[in-house]
Design a protein around this ligand. Structure first.
Ligand code: KIV
Ligand code: ZN
Length: 521
């Protein structure tokens, strides 16, 4: 754990993986996946989890509620515009949290005032103050963000910050919404606020930086040097467009360069790598190999001269210990003789906190896979658990798949599906190839007429001929786009499961959009 020397300030870590991170193109998480990530964030010891934007959909609302029930230590926060309906939804969503927070925001920059909100400066101040006051009717802990703060006139920004603090905001977050700031601009902006807002010490000053110029972490750190005491960030830096400041980078920079920042966090750094793996598995957003702290190459030394140095003295080429961020050099290879205990240990190291019931299901799947594959790698285990978490909300389950294909044969697929009531349905179809045939049979069985495959990708998650294939599909169903993903050692099966996964997501969404709690959940 990072140093918690009582003489240094503690920087609060506000994680927005489940809100801004989930806004990343291509990331979409179901409720069970969000809860799994929230539990991992609690293990990581983040101070605040921004769990969603409740007004955006009934699904988001219920996910925030479910996270408020699932975690006890971190504050659970819901986002709202300065609009009455938004604030009411956010307030209701975090009502049951042990520590609930409503985060209201209103754009303040001239560009946003003129083109988006079409409001004058004094109207924006009033909307912001009213928003904070309304949020205080639901929770004691209210955060306010002047959106696009880094492009707002500093004197006007100071006026807004002063007004919302006077209205009762306990945290004021300064976002670099479009990733426009640089450290030499953003640090002094925070300093300016400390010098020009008389009541600034009545609130915690926070920052929220986007990475459009690759400066999100540097800007966040410059803000800390100038008095910010909360940093908003996401695991693996996922988020809108180029993403947000990466939590693991902010935390490890503060820790490794304690000599400069003289500040600490409460993060259990050895949980960083497992949490990163979990988020990349569940969102499907892979971490680049050379990503700082959690990338596959972050602690790999290729050059002979470096390897030689490391063997003589680790610190010649390493500024952090792999174990400090949770990268273990575990040689434990799981296979068909491994027991439940070894599996649980490894899953915990990979960031999963499974209930006993989930563990039993994971162990069953592990045994099935171990019969097909000699060695089970971490990626295989992630695939198993991911499949399980997804299935939790499935309407349709693949029971059997049989295909015939080859030269001079008409590709045919016979599919058996079970619906959520337990009834089994069978159909067969032909197609351009076995996958196309399987997709036609599935489409007929589930009765979704308007489904168009927009994208299909396949990759091997591990090496070797018995590797599991990961198939990711994008399917347009009734005009909306859904992603589906599945793993199997059989790529036709993985393809069918991925397609079904996208259909299940669309059916889940349909029920929610119709205002129903899905019957099958
Ligand atoms: O980037 C941004 O400005 C935001 C706010 C809602 C804080 O995400
Ligand atoms: Zn943002």
């Amino acid at each position: 754990m990072a140093t918690t020397d009582s003489t240094v300030p503690i920087i609060r870590i506000f994680d927005t993986t489940l809100r801004d991170g989930e806004q990343s193109p291509g990331a979409s998480l179901n409720r069970a996946e969000k809860i799994e990530i929230a539990r991992a964030l609690e293990q990581l010891n983040v101070d605040v989890i921004e769990a969603g934007f409740p007004i955006t959909s009934p699904d988001d609302f219920e996910a925030v509620q479910a996270i408020a029930d699932a975690v006890t230590e971190p504050t659970v926060c819901g986002l709202a515009r300065c609009m009455s309906k938004d604030i009411e939804r956010a307030g209701q969503a975090v009502k049951n949290a042990r520590r609930g927070r409503v985060h209201v925001f209103c754009a303040t920059s001239e560009i946003h005032r003129t083109f988006k909100l079409k409001r004058a400066q004094d109207e924006i101040v009033k909307m912001s103050v009213d928003g904070v006051q309304q949020a205080l009717q639901y929770v004691k802990d209210v955060e306010f963000s002047p959106e696009d703060a880094s492009r707002t006139e500093p004197d006007y920004l100071a006026e807004v910050v002063q007004a919302v603090i006077a209205a009762g905001a306990k945290t004021v977050n300064i976002p670099d919404t479009v990733g426009y700031a640089t450290p030499g601009h953003f640090g002094p902006l925070i300093k300016y606020l400390f010098e020009h807002v008389p009541n600034i010490n009545d609130a915690v000053i926070s920052v929220h930086c986007h990475n459009d110029l690759g400066l999100a972490v540097a800007n966040s750190l410059a803000a800390v040097e100038n008095g910010a005491r909360q940093v908003e960030c996401t695991i693996n830096g996922i988020g809108e467009r180029a993403g947000n400041a990466a939590l693991e980078e902010v935390v490890m920079a503060l820790r490794t360069r304690h000599d400069i920042f003289k500040a600490a966090t409460k993060i259990r750094t050895e949980r960083l790598f497992p949490t990163s793996r979990l988020v990349s598995t569940l969102t499907g957003i892979h971490v680049q190999r050379n990503k700082a702290i959690v990338g596959q190459n972050a602690f790999a030394h290729e050059a002979g001269i470096h390897q030689d140095g490391i063997l003589k003295e680790r610190t010649t080429y390493e500024i952090m210990k792999p174990a400090d961020v949770g990268i273990s050099k575990s040689e434990l290879v799981l296979g068909k003789h491994s027991g439940r205990h070894a599996l649980r240990e490894r899953l915990t190291e990979l960031g999963f906190t499974l209930t006993d019931e989930q563990m039993t299901a994971a162990f069953e799947r592990f045994k099935v896979l171990a019969d097909k594959k000699k060695e089970i790698f971490d990626e295989d285990l992630e695939a198993i658990v991911e499949g399980m978490i997804k299935d939790a909300a499935d309407v349709w389950e693949l029971v059997k798949l049989q295909t015939t294909a080859g030269t001079g044969v008409i590709p045919t697929a016979t599919i058996e599906l079970r619906d959520y009531k337990g009834d089994v349905h069978v159909d067969a179809a032909t197609g351009d190839g076995p996958i196309d045939a399987a997709y036609s049979a599935i489409q007929r069985l589930v009765g979704v007429a308007d489904a168009e495959l927009k994208d299909y990708q396949i990759r091997a998650v591990t090496g070797g001929r018995d590797a599991q294939g990961e198939v990711t599909v994008t399917v347009q169903i009734n005009g909306k786009t859904f992603k589906g993903r599945a793993f199997s050692t059989d790529i036709i099966e993985a393809s069918a499961r991925a397609y079904l996964n996208a259909i299940n997501r669309s059916l889940f969404r349909c029920e929610l959009d119709a205002g129903n709690k899905p019957e099958h959940v």
